[in-house]
Design a binder for this molecule. Structure first.
Ligand code: ADP
Ligand code: MG
Length: 297
């Protein structure tokens, strides 16, 4: 590619909200064979809402929500924000945390969080977090399966070492996801999704947007390995992601595309940035690459 054709190409892309941080990406994208997307914040908005809270026998719903929200007020995970907002909407004020003593706070990335609130031990997180703590989530198996099939993420809360509730959060799709994935497939490009979320939830979301290949329940450090597996040896692979967790995968891919609404760490690890977070930007970037490379031959 001549410097001029690349400048014209990147200029046109910028008008569509696609910023090329590295010129080589414009050349590499034309031969993309598979696009792998992170789920939360990439295919979905990354702003979940609390939708369900089912308590075990002997537990009070608002008491569970209050205690869980107090602990989540110390976490910056989007799930935590959803729970804190839901509690605030019910006029609980966990965000200040002032009226509670919160000690032993611990966040286990990819699993969940724990703390002691006024002498009560609270654990909140994924099923694998409860299992790690030696708690069986079997009593909520049916509820969790139903929630997962609805595309919601089931979480569990334990109070003083007893399973107290299953909580669900739902993260809406981005308006551009279905169209972008359809367009990529029409261009002959494979599309896959990688996520730390629950397998049933991931499959339900993938079904809604037309993705057939899903790798779920991936721990933060596992995304790079997931990409290597999806590459099947030699495929030209593009990864699209937004989170801190996605930085190594963005660097590992042939081309890393960061969602501009995501974290700075992700943006710094990427070759291309989608300014407004619109997934059609992935399609535009590849089209632009194909057109630019055609012009110079
Ligand atoms: P991703 O952002 O790819 O969905 P994460 O690795 O951030 O995945 O989290 C994976 C899972 O860990 C979440 O789906 C959730 O079940 C659990 N988890 C992480 N942080 C929290 C938290 N603050 N509160 C409750 N659950 C959490
Ligand atoms: Mg994400």
């Amino acid at each position: 590619a001549t410097p001029t054709s690349i400048m014209v190409g990147t200029g046109r892309a910028a008008e569509l909200g696609v910023l090329f941080r590295k010129g080589e990406a414009l050349q590499a994208l034309r031969s993309a064979e598979i696009v792998v997307m992170d789920k939360t914040g990439t295919v979905t908005k990354g702003r979940p809402e609390l939708t369900d809270l089912v308590v075990a026998e002997g537990f009070d719903e608002s008491e569970v929500l209050r205690l869980v929200a107090v602990v989540e007020s110390r976490s910056e995970h989007p799930i935590a924000e959803a729970i804190v907002r839901a509690a605030a909407a019910k006029h609980m004020t966990p965000s200040t945390g002032l009226e509670y003593s919160i000690t032993n706070f611990e966040s286990v990335t990819g699993y969940g969080i724990s703390a002691t609130v006024d002498d009560r031990r609270i654990d909140v997180g994924a099923d694998r977090f409860m299992e790690k703590l030696g708690l069986s989530v079997a009593p909520f198996a049916q509820a969790a399966e139903r929630l997962g099939d609805e595309g919601k993420t089931p979480l569990y809360a334990a109070i003083d070492g007893k399973l107290a509730a299953v909580i669900a959060v739902s993260d809406p799709l981005k308006p551009s996801s279905i169209e972008a994935i359809r367009a990529l497939k029409a261009m002959g490009i494979g599309v896959a999704m990688v996520t730390g979320d629950n397998a049933r939830t991931a499959r339900a979301i993938a079904l809604q947007v037309g993705i057939e290949t899903v790798v779920a329940e991936v721990l933060p450090e596992g995304k790079v390995q997931a990409i290597r597996d999806l590459r099947e040896g030699g495929k030209r692979l593009v990864f699209v992601g937004d989170g801190i967790n996605d930085a190594p995968a963005l660097a590992e891919a042939d081309v890393g595309i960061a969602v501009g609404t995501g974290t700075d760490v992700a943006i710094e690890s990427a070759d291309v940035v989608l300014v407004g977070g619109d997934l059609m930007g992935v399609v535009h970037a590849i089209e632009m690459s194909r057109a630019t490379m055609r012009n110079i031959r």
